[in-house]
Structures are given as structure tokens and as C-alpha cells.
Ligand binder design. Structure first.
Ligand code: AHM
Ligand code: MG
Length: 310
């Protein structure tokens, strides 16, 4: 019988020193919130929750109804469980401060907004720091994501490797399905929005992508970071969202996307870099800071850095 998520966390208490009862309660609550979101995502077309909410968020992006709903579900659940001192969300301009110390949670409630209306995989990304969200990724206690795909999966790291759970829709439990997720040292896939090629600021990046083509790599790009990183974690290769003339620091947010995903990729044996420094070493200056992202298998990321001259 596969192990349910909370039972798994309880079994790891001795092994992972920072995994105390409060963190277990918090993570179980986050998992539970994502089950509620998964339920809404599955029935979205029937509940009149597709389409735009008619607002623009702090990032200047159009808010989808499901973005808003997922944000409310996570926010309420995390607040009510009483274990968080601060909550930061990609959809909120400022963080919600609840107390001076405790667990600080950052999340992107529904990543891959452009795919919501077309029934393509989307996800939730979350991470936990001690006391404040404005800390570098190397100090994370935990990071994870849930992918709402053909099956709903919860992928998480507590700083000792990566494990994955699959939602059993019959029992309503996340059950341990992948006890050890390891990234292949080298893959065959690159993932980047190549339509922006002429806008990329680094000539070395264009040369790197041409090199991969010469090496017979294939391109996969969903446009949901969760889906693209999920594939990269399991199959290897590289996912890139670079700086370009329009987005001079890239598009992806350090706190909600780059840092948690980099934590997971590193914990699975890969590398995450901005092209200039390790993503997990970037000290956030502000909540919605963006960074260029190059993450994936060791071989491809190191090769990319060679092309970038880093
Ligand atoms: P979102 O959080 O508003 O959904 O934006 C982030 C998404 C990522 O999931 C994805 O990697 C990227 O935006 C895709 O951007 P683009 O359409 O420019 O390729
Ligand atoms: Mg996002």
C-alpha cells in the first residue's frame, strides 16, 4: 500500500531535523488546498470559472478567474492553519504578515495562466522559509509544486532529495508514487520560447540552441513552467527562460517560480543558474523580483554556461 503524504512526512520527522509538527501541519494544509484547486480545475468548464477576471495583477498580467480562486483557496487555508507568519503570493502586491516568527510561505497559485482555458497542464508552486520570505533559495526548508495534468501530482523536496506523490482520486489521498526522483545527467530535450530568439540579449544563447539542434535535440515547450520543469525533472535536458530586450531580467519570478524550481532541480541532481550566478544564491531585494532561468541536467546547463562565457 502506497504511503499517503502526511504519513510520509510523519515518518521523516527524525531524519529531517527541521521537519517539526508545525511544518507537517502547514504542508498538509497546502496539499489539501491543492486538492481543492485540482477539483476546480477538473470541472472548470462547468463552473463558469474559465476566462479573465477582468483585472490586471501586480505583474501587469491579466488575471484569470482560476488564478484568483486558487489564490483565495491557498491564502485562506494557510492563514487558518495558524502555522504561517508571512504569506507571499504572485497575485498579491504585498505579503500578508501574520506574526514575527514561524513559517514564511511563498506561492504561485496557478502557474501557466495562458493554458488554463485550453485544458493544458497548469500547476501550483510553493516554498517555505523560516520567518521571512525575503531570503535566498539556499535557505529554503522546503519547495514543491503540484501539476494538474492527466493525473495530479505533488512533487516536493525537504532538502533531502525529491519525492513525488500522485493524487488517488478515489481515496482523495496523495500517495507516494516516486520515492526518489533523480534527474538524468544529460537529456535530449530543450525547452525555451524560441519565438523570442531575436530578442534574447545573449548571442551565446542563440549559439547554444543551434548547437543543441546540431546534436539532434528535440524541442518541447508547453508554456507552463510547472509542466516544462516536471518533464525536465523526469526526462532530463534543459529549461530556459532568458532575459530579452523586453524582459531584461527574464519573465519568471525569483520567489514564486525560479527559486523553488531550482531547489527541486538541485535536490534531484541538476543545476539552476541565472547565467551569471546560482539561482539559490540570489538574495531577493523585493517580492516580485524576476531572474533569468536556466535549469536542468548538469551536462546541458554547464554547456550553456560555456556558450554564455560564464
Ligand atoms: P504565470 O505565472 O502568469 O502563468 O506566468 C508564468 C508562465 C510560466 O509558467 C511559463 O514558463 C512562462 O510564463 C511562459 O511564458 P511565455 O508565454 O512568454 O513563453
Ligand atoms: Mg507563474
Amino acid at each position: 500500500m502506497a504511503v499517503p503524504f502526511t504519513a510520509y512526512l510523519l515518518s521523516k520527522k527524525g531524519e529531517i531535523p527541521h521537519l517539526d509538527d508545525d511544518l507537517i501541519i502547514l504542508l498538509s494544509e497546502i496539499a489539501s488546498a491543492t486538492k481543492e484547486i485540482a477539483g476546480k480545475v477538473r470541472k472548470a468548464g462547468l463552473l463558469n470559472i474559465l476566462g479573465s477576471a477582468g483585472k490586471v495583477n501586480v505583474q501587469g498580467e491579466e488575471v484569470q478567474k482560476l488564478d484568483e480562486l486558487a489564490n483565495e483557496i491557498l491564502l485562506e487555508r494557510i492563514k487558518n492553519c495558524g502555522k504561517a507568519c508571512e504569506i507571499a503570493s504572485e497575485e498579491l502586491e504585498t505579503s500578508v504578515k501574520l506574526s514575527d516568527s514561524g513559517y514564511a510561505v511563498s506561492f504561485d497559485p496557478l502557474d501557466g495562466s495562458s493554458n488554463i482555458d485550453v485544458n493544458v497542464s497548469i500547476g501550483t508552486i510553493f516554498s517555505v522559509h523560516k520567518d521571512s520570505v525575503l531570503k535566498p533559495g539556499r535557505e529554503l526548508l522546503c519547495a514543491g509544486y503540484v501539476i494538474y495534468g492527466p493525473s495530479t501530482m505533488l512533487v516536493i523536496s525537504l532538502g533531502k532529495g525529491v519525492v513525488a506523490f500522485t493524487l488517488d482520486t478515489e481515496s482523495g489521498n496523495y500517495l507516494l508514487s516516486h520515492p526518489e526522483v533523480k534527474l538524468p545527467e544529460k537529456g535530449k530535450i530543450y525547452s525555451i520560447n524560441e519565438a523570442n530568439r531575436e530578442k534574447w540579449t545573449e548571442e551565446g544563447l542563440r549559439k547554444f540552441i543551434d548547437y543543441l539542434k546540431g546534436e539532434k535535440y528535440t524541442l518541447r515547450y508547453v508554456g507552463s513552467m510547472v509542466a516544462d520543469v516536471h518533464r525536465t525533472l523526469f526526462k532530463g535536458g534543459v529549461f530556459i527562460y532568458p532575459a530579452d530586450k523586453k524582459n531584461t531580467s527574464g519573465k519568471l519570478r525569483l520567489l514564486y517560480e525560479a527559486s523553488p524550481m531550482s531547489f527541486l532541480i538541485e535536490q534531484a541532481g541538476g543545476i539552476g543558474t541565472t547565467g551569471k550566478e546560482r539561482i539559490l544564491d540570489v538574495v531577493p531585494e523585493k517580492l516580485h523580483q524576476r531572474v533569468p532561468v536556466i535549469i536542468g541536467s548538469k551536462w546541458e546547463v554547464e554547456k550553456c554556461l560555456e556558450f554564455l562565457g560564464g
